[in-house]
Design a protein around this ligand. Structure first.
Ligand code: MN
Length: 418
């Protein structure tokens, strides 16, 4: 099976930043753009310059200081948008103007009050104007997945003839399903006569929780650019999450034979930086970057992890820059985890003592949810009623699999690698 290189188009600073509660100052955007560069994204969509002077200034700052990724800016199909985007991007050696226009009848009739023929002409002239400022022009057909395919393929062919190099077909409202989006891209790529001259791109929203699944499905139809965001932030329920897409292609390379330029060890630091800058955390169970993504509390799971991490981990936390797996001592924990934790904090317990400590830990956890290292020290000295000989320095793989008890990944701060 051949392996294909994907283009990772990060839109955290554009689609992500325009979500409620996620707006960033210019210096914060620059800081995040630097981290996205360390992460290895191919394209940084830096903003929508016509939206405000601050947005235009932020794009210009990023275009001035960031080297490596292509810097992109969004524009409607209006001359003033395109000129503003071009001005903002001008300091960047590699710059992309990203023009968009809705193609669904719903958007054309109800929102834009435009005919299909107006849409076609407007899209073509916008792409031609953008090409006067850069060779790298992307066209997005907003609401593509709800557009009439017979009209959509004509728009795509027309904008390719006008000079677009990337064709993005967004699932703007997160309406598609994985099978459907694959068929949609297959049909478009087959039908558009010049499809072999451009890169097709997917941009999925998570309104039904399908953004990552839909993006991956689009790849199997020949799409080679994925638009995504850190932590999956974005309009409404958000965009496809970069970390989920990248790790799916790494963990399941057998089914998804795609490579990227992403350094996965920077994923967690990037997620934590975004969280720190916006003050908006991800949910505890968020895939890859959530507090519980590598935490194990159930006794059977902890026992398995201590014997062989592969029993309950499909990827190692270090691979994505998470310091280490967390075995949380709680009421679901087993003896094995309690024993390992005791050894790690310096207590070697005989079997009989371990049984007594274990019962006290479970009692404590019933009241307090989690048992910290300090709690455990108190429990050991109270239960056994005498100082306990210290264990030799913890060195086994099993013990090192345990991180500071009760310390959540978020509490490690974002100092790791940022
Ligand atoms: Mn979007």
């Amino acid at each position: 099976m051949s392996t294909d290189r994907l283009t990772i188009f990060d839109t955290t600073l554009r689609d992500g930043e325009q979500a409620p509660g996620f707006s960033l100052r210019i210096d914060e955007k620059l800081k995040l753009a630097r981290q996205l560069t360390a992460l290895g994204v191919d394209i940084v969509e830096a903003g929508f310059p016509i939206a405000s002077d601050a947005d235009a200034e932020a794009v210009r700052m990023i275009a001035t200081h960031i080297r490596g990724p292509v810097i992109a800016a969004l524009a409607r199909c209006h001359a003033k948008d395109i000129e503003r985007a071009a001005w903002s991007l001008s300091p960047a050696p590699r710059r992309r103007i990203h023009v968009f226009l809705a193609t669904s009848d719903l958007h054309l009739e109800r929102k834009l009050r435009m005919t299909r023929e107006d849409c076609l002409r407007t899209a073509m002239s916008a792409v031609r104007l953008a090409r006067e400022y850069t060779d790298d022009v992307q066209f997005s057909a907003e609401d593509a997945t709800r557009s009439d395919p017979d009209f959509l393929w004509r728009v795509i062919e027309a904008v390719i003839q006008s000079g677009a190099k990337t064709i993005n077909l967004p699932d703007t409202v997160g309406y598609s399903t994985p099978d459907e989006i694959k068929e949609f891209f297959q049909a478009m790529i087959n039908r558009v006569p010049s499809s072999d001259q451009v890169t097709f791109s997917t941009h999925c929203h998570d309104d039904l929780g399908l953004a990552a699944a839909n993006s991956l499905s689009a790849l199997t139809a020949g799409v080679r650019q994925v638009e995504c965001t850190i932590n999956g932030i974005g309009e409404r329920a958000g965009n496809a999450s970069l970390e989920e897409i990248v790790m799916a292609t790494r963990v399941r390379a057998d089914r998804l034979p795609f490579t990227t330029n992403i350094d996965p060890r920077e994923i967690y630091a990037t997620s934590q930086l975004l969280t720190a800058l916006t003050g908006e955390g991800v949910q505890a169970n968020k895939a890859i970057v959530g507090r519980n993504a590598f935490a194990h509390e159930a006794g059977i799971h902890q026992d398995g992890i201590l014997k062989d991490r592969r029993t309950y981990e499909i990827m190692r936390p270090e691979e994505v820059g998470v310091p280490q797996a967390t075995l949380v001592l709680g009421k679901h924990s087993g003896r094995h985890a309690v024993q390992s934790r005791c050894e790690q904090i310096g207590y070697a317990l005989e079997r009989h003592d371990l049984d007594r400590v274990y019962r006290a830990v479970i009692e404590h956890a019933d009241r307090e949810k989690v048992v910290s290292d300090r709690d455990l020290t108190d429990i050991v000295s109270r239960t056994l009623g005498k100082p306990v000989p210290a264990a030799p320095a913890a060195s086994s793989t099993a013990v090192s699999a345990i991180q500071e008890l009760g310390t959540t990944p978020a509490e490690f701060g974002y100092g790791h690698g940022v």
